[in-house]
Design a protein around this ligand. Structure first.
Ligand code: GMT
Length: 379
């Protein structure tokens, strides 16, 4: 197939899923065309089946708000026409699904009928989509898509609850490449971080408010009183300086390291004993899956799709949002006994294997074929 992929080219979960999916499709012999405003973060190598089309945004002085959606729609028209694409797969509803709808209408005037699959990732529904400003457009563009997928059952349920959706939504979860994400021998790094054999806790995110990163620091401060431990905070974003201040207030600075944005995240996860993701809202929790693939158990909130990934008492624990006391108790329970910790680590990896790329890739491929067949029957 010739597949167009539209995504945010950033480190965010939806961009990572879109890029990894595109790479895997290309490895499987499909021709994949990325259309976005910047080279996607994980698309920094050459492959004969991968193409990147940059959306240039006009900086005309009249435009206080440059119309990215229109530039994207125009680019999609070009790419679909001249590369003869079979299907467009847009990740994140806003503004990708509506731009794809516009492109589809324009292409119809050339006699080209391109099916569009929209994947809902989370904040496009749970935060941005529910905003009155965008709700009608989100509803419309989901309903106009030829196929719609959501990354968890919970996200599907929320979408159906808050929007008037007429389309069937297929649940296709996030996936993991276990060749890349596996526990690596990084003893020298572990020694540098935890020279006295302290336990290592870790959090990775974009430090947005929705991640409740300050809860991570609060939980760690409680754990650290009982278990000799270190905390690695990986990533960057709006809440980082608040977290740094909280470390000072709680007197844990010497045991917390802020590593900023990191490429080789699997190497850092490899030295960790416990992952924390106390999010306010989390449609799936790709960061937790990456940790589990590296044999790291998870303390999470019970928000959104996290219970579909993290199995309470088996791969980690689920606690109420904001219940830092319970999170700390559960973290100590896992960390205080090495045999128990090892069992949780094994369970985390076993669970991650259920989301292996090789299992999920054919699900997407079959879904594309199904959507293309339905759309061509209607054309
Ligand atoms: O988590 C983020 O803030 C990034 C966000 C995004 O929209 O790129 O991630 C969302 O999509 C990921 C991939 O499907 C999911 O694994 C994340 O759970 C989801 N984030 C939220 O729902 C907050």
């Amino acid at each position: 197939m010739k597949i167009g992929i539209v995504c945010y080219p950033t480190f965010g979960g939806s961009g990572v899923v879109a890029t990894e999916l595109g790479k895997a499709l290309a490895d499987n012999g499909h021709q994949v065309h990325f259309v976005t405003y910047n080279q996607p973060a994980r698309l920094d190598f050459f492959s004969e089946n991968l193409f990147y089309h940059e959306v240039a945004i006009s900086k005309y002085p009249l435009f206080d708000y440059p119309p990215y959606e229109l530039a994207l729609a125009s680019k999609l028209v070009d790419v679909v026409r001249f590369e003869n694409l079979d299907i467009l797969h847009v990740h994140y509803a806003i503004p990708h699904a509506s731009a794809a709808f516009m492109a589809k209408q324009i292409l119809a005037t050339y006699g080209i009928h391109i099916p569009v699959v929209t994947t809902l990732h989370g904040t496009d529904i749970t935060l941005v989509g529910k905003d009155r400003t965008y709700k009608p457009v989100v509803t419309f563009s989901i309903n106009q898509s030829d196929g719609v997928t959501a990354v968890s059952q919970n996200l599907k349920d929320e979408t159906l609850e808050f929007f008037e959706i007429e389309k069937e939504i297929r649940v296709i979860p996030n996936f993991i490449d276990l060749q890349r994400f596996s526990m690596k021998a990084k003893d020298h790094f572990k020694k540098a971080i935890a020279p006295a054999g302290e336990k290592i806790l870790i959090h990775t995110s974009n430090f947005r408010k929705v991640k409740r990163t300050q809860d991570v620091i609060k939980v760690f401060s409680k754990v650290n009183k009982v278990i000799p431990s270190k905390l690695l905070m990986v990533g960057d974003g709006g809440e980082r300086s608040e977290c740094e201040q909280l470390c000072r207030d709680l007197g844990v600075c010497d045991n917390v390291r802020f590593l900023g944005k990191q490429e080789a995240i699997e190497e850092i996860l490899s030295v960790a004993d416990l992952f924390m993701i106390p999010s306010q809202s989390e449609s799936f929790g790709l960061a937790a899956l990456e940790a589990m693939a590296c044999k790291v158990p998870v303390i999470s909130s019970n928000a959104g799709g996290l219970p579909e990934l993290n199995i309470d008492g088996e791969t980690g624990f689920l606690c109420d949002i904001g219940d830092v006391k319970a999170m700390a108790q559960k973290a100590i329970y896992i960390l205080e006994d090495d045999a128990r910790l090892n069992q949780f680590k094994e369970n985390a990896l076993a669970r991650a294997k259920k989301f292996e790329l090789s299992l999920i890739l054919p699900v997407y491929e079959d879904y594309y074929r199904e959507v293309i067949a339905k759309a061509s029957a209607l054309a």
